[in-house]
Ligand binder design. Structure first.
Ligand code: GAL
Ligand code: MG
Length: 998
């Protein structure tokens, strides 16, 4: 290898990089700067685009410096690769997803002998005038370490994948064509510090650009803010570093783009501007001032949101007001491009987050590019910006104690500089962004002296923002001198509500710092089921400052990327890699393509900006409470009112009503002429005033909607035949067959047409959701997926108006004892109606049940339903959030929720009326109940949903499956979070009372 081996040298964090500085782009004019688009600057030259590329399986076996122009005959064939990109998604190397486990042997600072590398080459042109400038080459992200050459001169070396590395290449360039060569190595010493839960991609994955800097210029500047105690006056203070100059001229514009101050200042004095009646920034009202600075040829712009953040006691204050974070963890991930994401994609993510009522983001688990924070400034997000640090894999070493070993690296002084360096890299470029309100010292690296050193350094760099570090929880409790100074809040991930109460929100031993959930409500697959429970339990507790959903988007690989075909998403283990962590990366609240899941809509609903207070139908008076922290509702929300009739159908709607209320204040809405005789409920829907999207709703119920009385058929005579196998009951042209072995409906024939493709079955199995990941082991052990029915008694009786069939028996499973004892009564009436009364007792030696109900495999003609129940989205007992009880008409496609790893989906609960619509001559099947039930109608059997790994591999079957359940268990978030709360478990009594009519 002709290279210096820096990548295994813990002392070398970089070679020849320029000192870290605040991010900025020089422009040639104020107008250009105010376009806020760096590509508009003549001093900025993007080097993105197609580069020559050569992949090496092992950097150590590179014999010559092929990339040098002087040796350019050595490789005549180059591939082409886009920059930025990750090479694994362009056909090179191995795609791999791992969570905690390191993808390489743990042997720091050494990495495997086989260490892949990618050589990138391109040229760029320079003119005469460019040579009067200093040329600074910037890399915003390269995974994991890289060497740079310009015109055969070695320029330097950079590390820390998610950080900016800037090199001065002025000495190496010439007029005309210049050659740039970058060699990226896959594994480096840094790999041990970048063990975040994600696909492990390599390459130049963020933008590369050249800055043409004037010799006389600013090198750095740092914005500070000060406020009067009433926050009416602010002072803007700017420290400036420059070269070749001693004066800077500046101007300041207010959010309305009016010039409010300008002047000249000497560098060493910095800028000082007093701002009267300052228009403050917060996430709801992201008002930005602009600071422009000019030094001869260069103009700089900085948007500034005036805001003060601080912790007082157990509260987090923004401009003196306690706020709560409704946050989300955000990774850079895209199914087509991996860790490479465009600014437009980032903007789209942020816009969607706004639509879902998020006000905060944690940059898990590394910093973003500067432009991301600029968007957060503009759109209004509180950001916890995290350092590119995670050493989680040390808990997976052999024989050293698992999580007992968590602090191994963070407590070892040989790594202190590495930790500090990474913290600096994550802070210094971004100090001027108002949206960043907290710095985070990395993720899942334990606690020890290196965090203490990092925290101290972070405080020196910036004392104006609090520090977050969850690792404190993992401190060695035997050690007496753990230093808590730099842990400004108690942060946890995934504790149960009980644990939170016990440890943090316990009035007997009050905490003296705020409590925050840096991760919670793990949004994997169907779920999360406990959004509302966490909200209800915590949100109004003073010490709780908020939580961050894990996580924003599913990480996946679209194997059809670059083709016209429908995307097909793959996860860990689908690429032949070892080790891998399966679908644990599919845990976003949005799908890989950013389609919203029902979980996302649940979140939006729980965190709606308005809530209904008292509802007085008699007086027509309805109270609305502003849930925001800063904005008056009249500026943010428009209300629409939907009026529902007694059958749960929308009768009419009023829109564009303004609600006027300051934060936490109430607005009284007076409705005239409410026609109570025809009303069942009102749905108040909140829309974003500016963009029109929905933000949530409330329902005020006057009287529960009822289904219209069913049309009664004429009474016909009832006859039956009994065989060894079944009871067959005929009423007019209808025939119902009840199986003696199961006590279930075996066939329904209406005027010669059989409705079922195979016999109905009692069922407790649901295709395990990701949140059933742990409990499903117990379910499988109990053989819940392979139950049998053992009927011990059966009888049939004729009465005056009906026939009664009675079964007694049990549900059990192979090798195990009885699971449920059941008494089943069917009654068949002369008008063709059939009722079922099933009472069951669950053997409590068994785990709680996924569901209990009757499953009917119907002919394919049944593709639509009308129902009166919760909708329009899927819902489960702990997910009754974004739904309301009304009359809905839906198709089988609308009932389906397309989780990428198939699982239970699409249930509709609290149903009292369901009509499954037959096509052509097939009669509708109507099911009603005095007690509410839940149903699913699916083109896929639970067996398929249980065993198929990816949604695009599901095949439509000969039947559609109608599940009528007395109940289902809730969903929870036990994929990573706590166990399902007791109140959502289906245990003890099972009942199903329904009436069929045809
Ligand atoms: C946390 C971790 C995240 C992610 C999550 C599980 O422990 O911080 O990065 O792995 O669990 O999805
Ligand atoms: Mg981790």
């Amino acid at each position: 290898m002709p290279l210096q081996n820096y990548f295994e040298d813990p002392q070398v964090m970089s070679v020849n990089t320029l000192p870290r500085r605040s991010y900025f782009i020089p422009y040639e004019s104020q107008e250009a700067a105010q376009e806020l688009d760096r590509s508009k600057s003549t001093y900025y030259e993007s080097l993105n685009g197609d580069w020559d590329f050569k992949y090496f399986e092992n950097v150590r076996l590179i014999e010559e410096e092929y990339w040098l122009e002087s040796k350019s005959n050595m490789i005549d064939e180059y591939d082409t690769i886009p920059v930025p990109s990750v090479w694994q998604l362009h056909g090179y190397d191995q795609i791999q997803y791992t969570n905690v486990t390191y993808p390489i042997p743990f042997n720091p600072p050494l990495v495997p002998y086989d260490n892949p590398a990618g050589l990138y080459r391109r040229t760029f042109e320079l003119g005469e005038e460019d040579l009067d400038k200093d040329l600074h080459l910037n890399f915003e992200g390269v995974d994991s370490a890289f060497y740079v050459w310009v015109n055969d001169h070695f320029i330097g070396y950079g590390t820390i994948s998610h950080s900016n590395n800037e090199f001065d290449i002025s000495q190496a360039v010439k007029v005309g064509k210049n050659h740039l060569a970058i060699l990226v190595v896959k594994w480096s010493y840094g790999t041990y510090f970048e063990d975040a839960d994600k696909f492990r991609y390599s390459g130049i994955f963020r933008d590369v650009y050249l800055l043409k800097r004037a010799k006389k210029r600013l090198n750095d500047f740092r914005v500070h803010q000060k406020f009067s105690s009433d926050y009416r006056q602010a002072q803007l203070l700017v420290d400036i570093e420059g070269q070749g100059i001693d004066q800077v001229s500046y101007s300041v514009y207010n959010p309305q783009r009016e010039l409010i101050s300008q002047g000249n200042t000497r560098l060493r004095d910095g800028i000082k501007v007093d701002i009267d009646q300052v228009q403050l920034w917060n996430s709801e009202e992201p008002r930005l001032y602009q600071l422009l600075m000019t030094v001869e040829e260069e103009v700089y712009i900085q948007e500034i949101g005036f805001r003060e953040v601080k912790i007082e006691g157990t509260q987090f204050l923004v401009n003196g007001k306690p706020i709560k974070f409704s946050g989300v963890n955000h990774h850079d991930t895209n199914p087509n491009t991996g860790a490479t994401v465009t600014l437009d994609q980032q903007r789209r993510d942020l816009e969607l987050m706004k639509q879902l009522n998020f006000n905060a983001i944690r940059t898990a688990h590394y910093p973003k590019t500067a432009e991301f924070y600029e968007l957060c400034n503009r759109l209004g997000f509180y950001v916890i910006s995290e350092a590119d640090i995670e050493c989680h894999g040390v808990v997976e070493l052999v024989g050293v104690g698992g999580y007992e070993n968590y602090n191994m690296m963070i407590n070892d002084p040989i790594y202190t500089d590495t930790f500090i360096n990474r913290m600096e890299a994550s802070m210094i470029p971004f100090l001027n962004y108002s949206s960043i309100v907290i710095w985070s010292g990395g993720n899942e690296s334990g606690f020890g002296l290196n965090f203490e050193a990092t925290g101290r350094r972070a405080r020196e760099i910036d004392s104006s923002r609090p520090l977050h570090y969850e690792g404190w929880w993992h401190r060695d409790r035997q050690r007496e001198d753990n230093d808590e100074t730099y842990v400004d809040m108690y942060s946890r991930m995934y504790p149960s509500l009980d644990e939170i109460d016990e440890l943090y929100l316990n009035s007997d031993s009050p905490i003296n710092k705020p409590f925050i959930l840096c991760e919670y409500i793990h949004a994997m697959g169907n779920g999360p089921g406990d959004i509302e429970d966490y909200y209800n339990h915590l949100y109004h507790r003073e010490e709780y400052i908020g939580g961050f959903v894990w996580e924003w988007a599913d990480h996946a690989v679209n194997i059809h990327r670059g083709t016209e075909k429908e995307p097909a998403y793959r996860y860990g283990g689908d690429h032949g890699e070892y080790p891998h962590d399966g679908n644990f990366c599919m845990d976003g609240i949005v799908y890989p393509d950013r389609t919203l899941s029902t979980g996302a809509l649940d979140y939006r609903q729980v965190y709606r900006p308005v809530r209904l207070g008292k509802a007085d139908f008699a007086k027509g008076c309805f109270e609305f409470i502003n849930q925001l922290f800063f904005a008056n509702l009249k500026n943010k929300v428009l209300l629409a009112i939907e009026y529902y009739d007694r059958t749960g159908n929308l009768s009419h709607k009023r829109s564009s009503i303004t609600l006027e209320a300051e934060p936490s204040q109430k607005y009284q809405l007076q409705l005239e002429n409410l026609n109570l005789d025809e009303l069942s409920f009102l749905r108040f829907v909140y829309y974003d005033k500016q963009n029109g999207y929905e933000l949530g709703f409330d329902v005020a119920t006057y009287t529960t909607p009822q289904f219209q009385p069913l049309h009664k058929n004429d009474n016909a005579s009832i006859t039956y035949k009994e065989s060894l196998a079944n009871y067959a009951v005929s009423v007019g042209g209808n025939r119902y067959v009840f199986n003696k072995g199961t006590g279930a409906l075996e066939q329904i024939s209406i005027e010669e047409d059989d409705l079922l493709n195979s016999p109905g079955q009692w069922t407790i199995w649901r295709a395990p959701t990701d949140n059933d990941r742990k409990i499903k082991k117990e379910w499988y052990f109990a053989n819940y997926h392979k139950t049998q029915i053992r009927i011990t008694n059966s009888s049939i009786d004729s009465h005056e108006d009906c026939i009664t069939i009675f079964f007694k028996g049990a549900m059990n499973s192979v090798s195990r004892q009885n699971i449920i004892h059941m008494n089943i009564t069917w009654q068949i009436y002369g008008d063709g109606q059939v009722t079922l009364d099933l009472d069951g007792a669950h053997n409590l030696a068994f785990p709680f049940l996924p569901r209990f109900g009757l499953m009917l495999p119907l002919k394919k003609d049944y593709q639509k339903v009308d129902y009166l129940g919760l909708g329009p989205y899927e819902n489960y007992p702990d997910r009754y959030n974004n739904v309301y009880r009304a009359f809905f008409s839906q198709s089988i496609d609308e009932l389906y929720e397309p989780y990428i790893r198939p699982q239970e989906n699409g249930a509709r609960g609290k149903v009292s009326y369901l009509s499954v619509k037959g096509q052509g001559k097939m009669k509708d099947i109507t099911i009603t109940s005095e007690e509410e039930f839940s149903f699913n109608l699916s083109e896929f059997s639970t067996e398929q949903l249980t065993t198929v790994a990816h949604r695009d591999e599901l095949v439509k079957e000969e039947s559609v499956y109608l599940h009528i359940d007395g109940d289902q268990s809730g969903i929870g978030s036990n994929s990573c979070g706590p166990e399902l709360l007791d109140r959502y478990r289906l245990e003890d009594k099972v009942v199903l009372r329904i009436r069929f009519s045809f």
